[in-house]
Design a protein around this ligand. Sequence first.
Ligand code: ZN
Ligand code: ZN
Ligand code: ZN
Ligand code: ZN
Ligand code: ZN
Ligand code: ZN
Length: 261
Amino acid sequence: MIFLKCVAEGEGWECDREVKYHAKMLCGAHYQQANSGKVLVAARPRSYPNSICAARNSHELAGEGYGEWECLSPRKSREWCAAHYGQLRGTNRIGYLRPIRKYKDYRSDGSKKRCISCELVKPNSEYYKHDKSADGLKRDCARCNWTYNLKRRFNITPQQYADILAFQNAGCAICGRDSSADGKRLAIDHFHGCCQVNGGSCGKCIRGLLCTSCNTMLGKYETLPSRFQDSLHLNSYISNPPARQLNQVASERAFRPVVSS
Ligand SMILES: [Zn+2]
Ligand SMILES: [Zn+2]
Ligand SMILES: [Zn+2]
Ligand SMILES: [Zn+2]
Ligand SMILES: [Zn+2]
Ligand SMILES: [Zn+2]
């Protein structure tokens, strides 16, 4: 069969679809455009120079916010791979092409793997263990996992954490111990009288960053009857904590003076 090309063309484009309505030598899309009295505009090209799926971030139908990507799957329906054809059929709307994530692309090769969140390839050692996954590791890297938990449990960003840490000269706010001494991050201490959001904080009542032993000790100290809460050092931390000094706009409510029975 001979391929008859649609005759529709305009400034900077030329239709490359096959003729469907021979009387007018137009493809289906342009026949419809012509019938409804519209000025002919370019239809999505049907033919691409190769057999690879046409989906990529630069495509006119691509959704935004996925960074730079291109699909390398073989073409199945029109110019799309099966998955992208499904995406377009499923949404039936423009602007929804997005990268297809194949979990095997995010599986460890034995020594490194791609993070599902930041998309960076990092060594296995930068992932937390996860028994239930095929490669025994979590899907997001430790850094992304921490970022996610900071937001979820304490409502702050890594930058806010870093700001408080720098304000405390990189040490525990009570004993001054170097934060990196035991390779563990300092714990986030907050005023428990304010809130218990997800077992964490609303973000406004964060007081400072403490080493594990100071954090535990302070927790016990605050449950003592008030007449035993007589440490000037601890009381000054509680009444004017570093995170509040750093961020004077923090709500007063978040730092009500501790009233113990
Ligand atoms: Zn056409
Ligand atoms: Zn595709
Ligand atoms: Zn990551
Ligand atoms: Zn400490
Ligand atoms: Zn706490
Ligand atoms: Zn709070």
